[in-house]
Design a protein around this ligand. Structure first.
Ligand code: SF4
Length: 416
């Protein structure tokens, strides 16, 4: 069996070509945006404004071994290099004295930076972007509500007004109207509602394919693919959300996984334990995810990337701009705010029948304690790994490997 899914290979090849073309477009004067993952990209898609996702760029830089260079460039300018590294690497790359040597030819200088103000430190990172000549930071509020809907994943596709709350939606719709006005005024590009409706419909179709894929993997024994394939298979199309290419790529990914499930193909010949990875991708050590297949027959069957695509994005009905606001107004709650997040991780752990959870907890932990507590209360062994997902200084690879191996031997094995 060829190890890698061809749909994941195809997605990566597409992204490479797209990124190369982006350089040409920006050189010709096109506007360009750097956006956080949890922001309404659909506005930019509708207006034909190219964008790169801040965290995707950080993952590429880290996988290519350049993170410490860029953190060093931040440090030289007096900025912290030990806080919000995932969000600040792109800023560091802006100061690269030799941008041509950067991964993929380097990140073009953005005219717009779009991010939700999820915390004081990340707000500051984007304020620094705003000081750069030619770059504007458009901040989106991070709102909260007191009462939390149980089983939000059942409400979100159609009952999103109830799930997210009208006040939060009112606020975000206002902000999106402001963003559209700002973009129309600064780029001369138009926001057309008919085009926007198409983008929203394609995005929903794409996430429906992801939902089917997630459900296939949850039921499949043995696990048909590795997490390092499912991440590009779902995330590269996610960053092209709202295009026919992305919708078709999500379908191709699904069909390939379905074929493997039908053939009974497993990624680990001797699958004994099914594991869940809670947290961001460990970009500085991607081989980590397969190491325990070889030594313990332990397969990571779950990461948040496919699962949040399946449960977090679908929005039907209502005014399309309000539906888009509903996609993002509570996005970080879904992943990081208990009880929203904690209940969802437990649901997904049960759905996938996992034998244990490895939970990456960084210094900027978002709800780490409550997630671990909820999973343990559900009877699932949890290992908290302390490391930053992009900064290899935070953890020694060998120590991480030993810690996980000991946990598998001492906690997971006796319970299965
Ligand atoms: S899969 Fe990993 S190594 Fe390959 S291009 Fe993407 S980030 Fe780089």
């Amino acid at each position: 069996m060829s190890d890698r899914l061809s749909s994941a290979e195809a997605a990566l090849a597409y992204q490479r070509q797209w990124f190369a073309d982006l350089h040409g477009a920006v050189a010709d004067g096109a506007p360009f945006a750097l956006v956080n993952a949890d922001t309404p990209h659909e506005i930019l898609r509708t207006m034909g404004i190219p964008y790169v996702v801040n965290q995707w760029w950080a993952s590429i830089v880290t996988a290519k071994g350049r993170t410490q260079d860029y953190l060093g460039l931040l440090r030289e300018r007096g900025y912290p290099d030990h806080s919000e590294q995932y969000s600040s690497i792109a800023l560091g790359s802006l100061f690269d004295p030799d941008p041509g040597s950067a991964p993929w030819g380097g990140l073009p200088r953005p005219s717009l930076v779009l991010a939700e103000t999820t915390g004081d430190a990340s707000r500051k990172v984007f304020d620094v972007w705003d000081e750069e000549p030619g770059t504007t930071f458009y901040p989106l509020e991070s709102a909260a509500r007191d009462d939390v809907p149980p089983r939000w994943w059942e409400l979100m596709p159609r009952r999103w007004e109830e799930a997210v709350g009208s006040d939060r939606l009112d606020l975000m719709v206002e902000e999106l109207v402001g963003l559209i006005r700002f973009l129309e005024a600064t780029t001369g590009r138009e926001f057309l509602e008919t085009r926007f409706r198409e983008v929203m419909a394609l995005a929903n179709e794409q996430q429906e394919w992801n939902r089917r894929t997630r459900d296939l993997i949850a039921r499949a024994r043995p696990c048909p693919l590795s997490v390092t394939d499912s991440i590009p298979g779902v995330m590269v199309p996610q960053w092209h959300r709202g295009t026919t290419w992305a919708r078709d790529a999500a379908r191709a990914f699904h069909d390939e996984v379905a074929a493997r499930v039908a053939e009974g193909t497993g990624v680990c010949p001797d699958e004994r334990y099914r594991l869940m990875w809670v947290g961001r991708g460990l970009w500085f050590d991607l081989d980590f995810y397969r190491r325990f297949q070889r030594t313990h027959g332990a397969v990571f069957v779950w990461s948040m990337y496919l699962a949040i695509a399946a449960d977090g994005y679908l929005r039907y009905g209502g005014d399309p701009l309000r539906a888009l606001a509903a996609r993002f107004a509570a996005f970080s709650d879904q992943l990081y705010t208990p009880p929203w997040s904690a209940e969802w991780y437990v649901k997904e752990a049960r759905h996938h029948g996992v034998d244990g959870v490895v939970h990456l907890v960084s210094d900027d932990a978002r709800g780490g304690y409550f997630t671990t507590r909820a999973l343990r209360a559900a009877g699932i062994p949890v290992l908290e790994l302390r490391a930053d997902n992009v900064d290899a200084r935070s953890a020694d690879k060998d120590a991480l490997t030993r810690t996980v191996g000991d946990w598998l031997d001492n906690e997971v094995a006796p319970r299965t």
